[in-house]
Design a protein around this ligand. Structure first.
Ligand SMILES: Nc1ncnc2c1ncn2[C@@H]1O[C@H](COP(=O)(O)OP(=O)(O)OP(=O)(O)O)[C@@H](O)[C@H]1O
Ligand SMILES: [Mg+2]
Length: 593
């Protein structure tokens, strides 16, 4: 949790050219649309600027001269400019929103496909909540910047400069008088920016806390309810919620002071124009039209100034978000196709470990100097106490992790040199924690692989004894399963994962037997299914069941990351070593039966 927050609280610069360059890369496919949007924006800003000027002309040239035709022309022109400004703003709005949505779509897709390419070790380091935030909140922040920040900053700056130029052109003395409040506005803006920046940081920090607490609670709901933690957790949530509320209200307070302050300073400028301009008009040094135009321009002058400071905040969070997104995209994906790939021809299924050592964290050695060779079609069991490194061994074969030292070969070819997809295609895996996706039973068995026909799905289910329970479900193979298979029993999930492994008909089978004990009847079904799964394949099984251990050709005994004994069941028993002790502890009960 602390790491997530520390990363999410970072508030960088409002503009970072390195990040901006990378962001522009995502805008590249839409550069025409972006250019068009900017042109439209400038045109609509120009149309806005034209309004007061037309009014000034109407007053000075036509109204004061009683020129009705001219007045009519100007009125028509004014109307036309209004319609034009409206149409331009409309198209420009749709266009910028479209660009924003498109870029968001692209970035989300990039993040998702990138995540899928990352090695498992990355997911060991990064909590789910944080990764979800990258693909949702952070992308949304970028969208805000694209659709209402970056582009309209051009417009704001253009309008500001335009007004300054027009005012100076109309009457430089009156213009300078208008600008007299600017230093005060600059000071107010600077103070506001610093304050709001800090309070936004607080808001973000506290919302991150709320999110992670929510996630933890929802995932662990059964524990929360069984241990009667509801009220206590609600109270804790209330605290987090309140602290978020306070931080947010503080932000609002700053806005509530800042906006009226700018408005007030603008009103002072307006009063000065009215007074000084009026005076000059009476004295005859200035026309009424100019004063009216000044009043209108000055009203438009302060609005973009106010908006710019808001946009500064948008830019700032967008930069922080893009920094986080790019950090994720910069994570090195696992190399799927090595430089000089070697094909695995129709594989026989020989596996050899040559002096393999492995550590997850470059500190603690989980496996040391592991060497063994499994001939094609052999059945081998790995046994050992919990934490001995059994699951780690098989994670190396499927290249979920890379060995730190030594090498692993399949059919004599180093698995690092085989395209990872080819390798994984020849290996069937049933892991300790079974993953069920939300979708139908059939989808869960063949995982949307077109090459596997519904008949093959059914046959696989049949062979591993999953068919009876599936056909008892209301819609058979089309029954919908819930996320994590929460509407299945533990035994049913196991049988389903067996069917999945069998349907892919792999040359090599890897099975990490679940430890949970199941009723005798299901136990028989599973035992039978495992035998069918192993038939005709090289099988490496992390075995907990005595029946499984007895049905393999030989056994590897793992102890604290080292191979301590290797041999057949009877041989190992005769040795009276680690295996014997393990056997006595673990299977004494089963022996009695
Ligand atoms: N993703 C990981 N990151 C860091 N350390 C890990 C990771 N997975 C396992 N370990 C560590 O590696 C060691 C071996 O774990 P492993 O999962 O291989 O044991 P195991 O023999 O399969 O145990 P079990 O019978 O309980 O499944 C343990 O000390 C564990 O703490
Ligand atoms: Mg394990």
């Amino acid at each position: 949790m602390s790491r997530e927050i520390s990363e999410d609280e970072i508030l960088g610069k409002a503009y970072d050219s390195r990040l901006m360059k990378r962001l522009l890369f995502f805008l590249r496919p839409y550069r025409l649309q972006v250019a068009l949007a900017i042109v439209l924006l400038l045109l609509s800003a120009a149309a806005q600027l034209a309004g007061p000027f037309l009014i000034k002309t109407a007053i000075d040239r036509h109204i004061s001269q009683n020129d009705l035709t001219g007045l009519r022309m100007i009125a028509l022109l004014y109307f036309a400019v209004l319609v034009l400004a409206f149409s331009l703003a409309f198209v420009q709005q749709i266009l910028t929103q479209w660009i924003g949505q498109k870029v968001m779509y692209d970035i989300r897709l990039r993040i998702f496909s990138h995540l899928q390419e990352l090695p498992l070790s990355f997911f060991d380091r990064n909590p789910v909540g944080r990764l979800v935030t990258r693909a949702t909140n952070d992308v949304e922040t970028l969208n805000t910047m694209l659709s209402s920040g970056v582009v309209s900053i051009f417009g704001d700056v253009f309008v500001l400069l335009g007004i300054v130029a027009v005012l100076l052109h109309l009457n430089w003395q009156l213009a300078l008088l208008t600008f007299i409040v600017l230093p005060a506005i600059v000071v107010a803006t600077l103070i506001f920016r610093v304050k709001v920046r800090e309070s936004y940081r607080q808001v973000r920090l506290r919302i991150a806390r709320i999110n992670s607490y929510l996630q933890e609670n929802i995932v662990g709901m059964s524990v929360v309810q069984i241990f009667n933690r509801e009220e206590r957790n609600s109270r804790h949530f209330d605290q987090l919620n309140q602290s978020h509320l306070h931080a947010y209200l503080q932000t609002i307070r700053y806005y509530a002071v800042f906006y009226p302050t700018v408005d007030f300073l603008g009103a002072i400028a307006l009063a000065a124009i009215l007074w000084f301009g009026g005076l000059k008009t009476i004295e005859g040094g200035l026309t009424l039209g100019v004063v009216v135009a000044f009043i209108q321009y000055s009203e438009r002058f302060f609005q973009p100034i106010r908006d710019l400071s808001e946009k500064y905040n948008i830019m700032q969070s967008a930069m922080a978000s893009s920094e986080r997104i790019f950090k994720l995209l910069d994570e090195k994906p696992q190399i799927r196709i090595p430089e000089n790939p070697q094909q695995l021809p129709k594989i026989r299924g020989e596996i050899e470990f040559r002096d393999v050592s492995f550590t997850y964290n470059n500190k603690d050695w989980v496996l040391s100097n592991i060497s063994f060779k499994i001939r094609p079609g052999e059945r081998v069991a790995i046994v050992g106490a919990t934490g001995a490194g059994k699951t780690s061994i098989i994670s190396l074969i499927t290249r979920m992790y890379e060995p730190t030292k030594g090498s692993i070969t399949v059919d004599g070819v180093d698995i690092c040199r085989v395209p990872i997809d080819d390798l994984r295609r020849s290996i069937g895996m049933v892991s300790q924690n079974i993953t069920i996706f939300s979708g139908t039973v059939e989808y869960n068995i063949r995982l949307a692989d077109e090459a596997i026909t519904p008949e093959q799905v059914e046959k696989a289910a049949h062979d591993v004894n999953a068919h009876p329970f599936i056909s008892r479900m209301k819609n058979g193979y089309q029954s919908e399963l819930m996320e994590n298979g929460s509407n299945l029993s533990v035994g049913q999930k196991q049988l389903l994962s067996f069917a999945r492994a069998l349907a892919f008909n792999p040359r090599i089978l890897i099975l990490d037997e679940a430890t949970s004990s199941i009723d005798t009847e299901t136990e028989m079904l599973i035992r039978d299914a495992i035998n069918k799964l192993m038939a005709g394949r090289t099988s490496l099984i992390i075995a907990h069941r005595l029946s499984t251990i007895k049905s393999v050709d030989w056994i590897i005994v793992l102890h604290k990351g080292k191979i301590r004994e290797i041999g057949k069941h009877q041989e190992l028993l005769a040795k009276r070593g680690i295996y014997y002790r393990l056997y006595q502890l673990q299977y004494a009960d089963e022996l009695v039966q």
